[in-house]
Design a protein around this ligand. Structure first.
Ligand code: GLC
Length: 839
């Protein structure tokens, strides 16, 4: 069914693609690809392959950043993101064609030879990249991907002779290695090069395996590069390959003037893996195909199985098909057909795909968040939210990560801000840290007490939403009994206090309940969602208030599902308390204030010069239901008036105009950038959700569309960022470069926009009682269709909108029977028809 639907919607989407056939590329919805037609993107664009277990980034000109398990502690290739687009970055392929005088060399990625191509396309696919290039009478197709569950990056290279006459061709793939400790590679030019080792192992039949390691890893983890076919020669030493003591360049390596490479190993220095593959004379219209492997295992012996497997090209094809099947199945969880092609494109393909990426890499590894050192890692707040974006598709994988997060929650109930995945495995009591709050450690207040919190006021609350999400999606209530340790620094896991998952959630809420400020509102801690506002301890946060109230609502749902009415009553009491405190203190007249500092001064008030109004206090007071009476709408209307722009809602206005030590981080940015009055996209889906709660579907959809990257494909000279994924931020209208997107891929925008689109605009969401269908759509829509898998069954939903309203379920019919509410029952198997009429 899902396939059929995709096919049906394809012609529509194609029409849009053709119409907007833009300067840089177009969406091919049938193939679920974005097809880039020029290498000269405004800034670097990329894609992800594999998972955090093995994989990383592939940019559109063939650079690859590969890691295994942890980008900071187990990096494989030396991709330096700050180098210009035209420079070699960790990998390329050279194609060499023999001519009368010698050789002509080009790279099908354009970089680093910078050859002008007759035709060039980069297909940004679901966990693969494919280039199609025509040059020198050859048509080259290169596909890079990681087979599901493997520790191998494959590069499938096919060269077809389209010149009409035979051509002698060589193929020279190259990788450059990094020290496994990524930061050391950049900061240490003594110890690092002394340890870097590359050896060549010839096999009897002419295959070669290049083995690479930093010396101390030799007996534990080795990297390798090999190909499915025989090679003529290799180089492992960069200096030898580039030639003339590196006066040869990546654009034109001198060694490529010789028939063979030098078989250089590398006992120290810059390790590369270059293979000389002689394709020989390729006759007209014939294709030569080879596939390279870059992998990591404990030893070459362990690797030999994978090496043998992927030397068989049939297995390469099989692995590629399996990857396609994985995505087909993954995406079939939710498929929509609405009248809006750009919405369909994002919701059916690119947004759920981005959610899968953020689930894997949190904020750890991108072209912006470079994965060096311990400054990042898996973020508590970020990953808790990311998991909600994959919960319908891969609840069990999501749960594994949620359990890791719960294991870095402190016994007091608050959480560590981040952890490093490999350190977590090491279990040495040192795996998690308190994030940027470490920078203020030791700063004392007037009484000699720590001036700043070493905890964040929101981290521990997010996980309540995440676990509730899992339970509603799967119905597996037993999870609540599972014992998980709390985090006690310095102690091994077995020695730490344990508690059930339910106990963890209770402590989360209890922590906030017992950390209130002057107005009885939740304390800010070191920061709330907004990392850039770090007020001294004692400050209160409207955002934390909304999040706490929402977490209480979720906890009430959980307790109700457990039949624990006493707890429902207790949490209801807590909810009413905080709702009252909020309404008593946080209303500024036309909108909600954002923070109070410890003296009780308000931030986000009309009286302020800068930062008069903030987006999040308006949206979260509606999402959590704590805004009473007209104030919910008034807050949202003020937001619309003062914060909305054609490119999205700004996080605040006006921006600070210079560094102010009292507010710190936010004022380090110029006005209009990031948290300082920029369009911080993560906050936008919350605005959409709030509008759907208010029943204003036209507004919600306007907020959706104005940040939809797919809809910006014709405005890329302004937007600059990849049109197939959400960036973290767009510069606001106080900035000269208004409309420019930055920090693509790893942003909470992905999970929340997906939730906003599927659960609130489309309105299909899991609950303990069944599948809720309660949309809030543009009034112009006649209706839409959606297929949703839920607890083993498939729901084929049709929503009709004869009266052209935004919201309101007039009738729900499930398998021919009328249902009293807007909840379709839990079926556990089969295909079920749901027809909803709005009115
Ligand atoms: C970044 C951080 C996220 C934070 C946001 C706003 O996206 O990863 O944790 O909430 O900035 O400051």
């Amino acid at each position: 069914m899902a396939t059929k639907q995709t096919k049906k919607s394809a012609p529509k989407a194609k029409k849009v693609a053709a119409k907007t056939a833009a300067k840089y590329g177009y969406f091919d919805d049938a193939k679920k690809e974005y097809v880039l037609t020029t290498p000269a993107t405004p800034i670097k664009w990329c894609n992800y392959v594999g998972t955090l277990n093995f994989g990383g980034i592939v940019d559109t000109t063939g650079g690859t950043l590969v890691c295994k398990g942890d980008p900071a502690l187990n990096r494989i290739t030396k991709y330096i993101a700050q180098m210009p687009c035209s420079d070699f970055k960790a990998s390329t392929v050279y194609i060499r064609v023999k001519n009368a005088k010698g050789y002509t060399v080009f790279s099908p990625f354009v970089v680093p030879t910078l050859t002008k191509m007759k035709k060039w396309e980069c297909h940004v696919g679901l966990s693969y990249m494919r280039w199609i290039a025509e040059c020198e009478g050859l048509r080259t197709q290169v596909t890079i991907f990681v087979p599901t569950g493997s520790n191998t990056l494959l590069q499938d290279i096919q060269v077809t002779n389209i010149s009409g006459a035979a051509k002698e061709v060589d193929i020279i793939p190259v990788y450059e290695f990094s020290h496994f400790e990524a930061e050391k590679q950049l900061t240490n030019a003594d110890w690092v090069p002394q340890t870097m080792t590359l050896k060549g192992h010839w096999e009897k039949d002419g295959h070669v395996v290049l083995e690479q390691y930093a010396y101390m890893k030799r007996d534990f983890a080795v990297n390798y590069v090999t190909a499915n076919c025989k090679v003529g020669s290799f180089d492992g030493d960069r200096r030898v390959f580039l030639g003339a003591n590196e006066m040869g360049s990546w654009a034109a390596p001198l060694s490529l003037a010789n028939k063979e490479l030098s078989n250089s190993e590398c006992d120290r220095g810059d390790n590369i893996a270059a293979l000389m593959i002689h394709a020989g004379k390729i006759a007209a219209n014939k294709t030569f195909r080879t596939c390279t492997q870059l992998g990591q295992e404990q030893s070459l012996k362990v690797a030999s199985k994978a090496i043998a497997k992927y030397r068989d090209l049939k297995n390469v094809d099989k692995a590629f098909d399996e990857l396609a099947k994985f995505w087909e199945n993954y995406l079939s969880t939710i498929q929509v057909q609405t009248p809006d092609a750009a919405f369909n494109s994002m919701v059916n393909v690119h947004n759920p795909r981005q959610c899968h990426t953020t689930k894997n890499w949190s904020r750890y590894l991108s072209l912006y968040q470079l994965g060096y050192g311990t400054s990042r890692g898996i973020g508590y707040r970020d990953s808790s939210q990311d998991l909600m974006g994959v919960m319908s598709h891969m609840p069990e994988e999501a749960l594994q990560l949620a359990l890791n997060l719960l294991s870095v929650q402190r016994p007091e109930g608050n959480a560590m801000h981040q952890y490093a995945p490999l350190a977590l495995e090491e279990d040495n009591g040192n795996e998690a840290n308190a994030g940027d709050s470490r920078e203020k450690k030791g700063v004392l207040d007037e009484n000699g007490n720590p001036a700043y919190a070493d905890w964040y006021g929101d981290d521990h609350l997010w996980i309540v939403l995440t676990v509730a999400n899992y339970l509603k999606e799967t119905g597996k209530m037993d999870l609540l009994k599972k014992e998980v340790p709390f985090y006690e620094a310095g102690k091994k896991r077995a020695q730490r206090e344990k508690g059930s998952v339910l106990e963890h959630l209770k402590r989360s809420l209890n922590f906030t309940r017992t950390h209130l400020g002057k107005h009885n509102l939740p304390l800010l801690g070191f920061a709330d969602w907004n990392d850039c506002m770090n007020l001294p301890l004692g400050a209160e946060s409207s955002f934390n208030t909304g999040l706490y109230a929402k977490a209480l609502l979720e906890m009430m749902d959980i307790c109700e599902a457990l039949g624990d009415t006493k707890s429902v009553e207790m949490y209801k009491g807590w909810y009413e308390d905080v709702k009252k405190a909020f309404n008593d203190s946080a209303w500024d007249g036309k909108w909600w204030v954002r923070w109070f500092d410890k003296q009780g001064n308000a931030y986000g008030t009309n009286k302020a010069k800068y930062g008069k109004i903030y987006c999040n206090s308006q949206s979260w007071s509606v999402i959590s239901g704590i805004a009473t009476g007209d104030r919910a709408k008034q807050g949202m209307d003020s937001l619309n008036k003062l914060l909305n722009t054609a490119n999205g809602v700004k996080s605040s206005t006006p921006g600070y105009r210079g560094f102010d030590p009292n507010v710190g981080g936010i004022s380090t940015y110029p006005p209009g950038a990031k948290e300082n009055g920029g369009i911080f996209l993560h906050t936008n889906p919350w605005v959409m959700i709030a509008e759907t709660i208010l029943g204003r579907g036209d507004k919600a959809f306007q907020y959706y569309s104005q940040i939809n990257p797919a809809a910006k494909n014709t405005k890329l000279d302004e937007f600059e960022s990849e049109p197939y994924c959400y960036p973290q931020n767009i510069l606001g209208d106080e900035h000269k470069q208004f409309g420019m997107g930055r920090n693509a891929w790893l942003s909470g925008t992905s999970s929340w926009t997906y939730q906003a689109a599927t659960q609130f605009i489309i309105g299909v969401r899991a609950s303990f009682k069944g599948l809720i269908v309660n949309p809030c759509i543009p009034s112009a829509w006649d209706g839409f269709k959606v297929t949703r898998k839920f607890r083993g069954a498939t729901y084929e939903i049709e929503v009709k909108n004869p009266k052209h309203v935004c919201k309101g379920v007039a009738e729900m019919i499930v398998d021919g029977k009328k249902i009293d509410a807007d909840v379709a029952p839990i079926f556990t198997k089969g295909v079920h028809k749901v027809v909803v009429t709005l009115g």
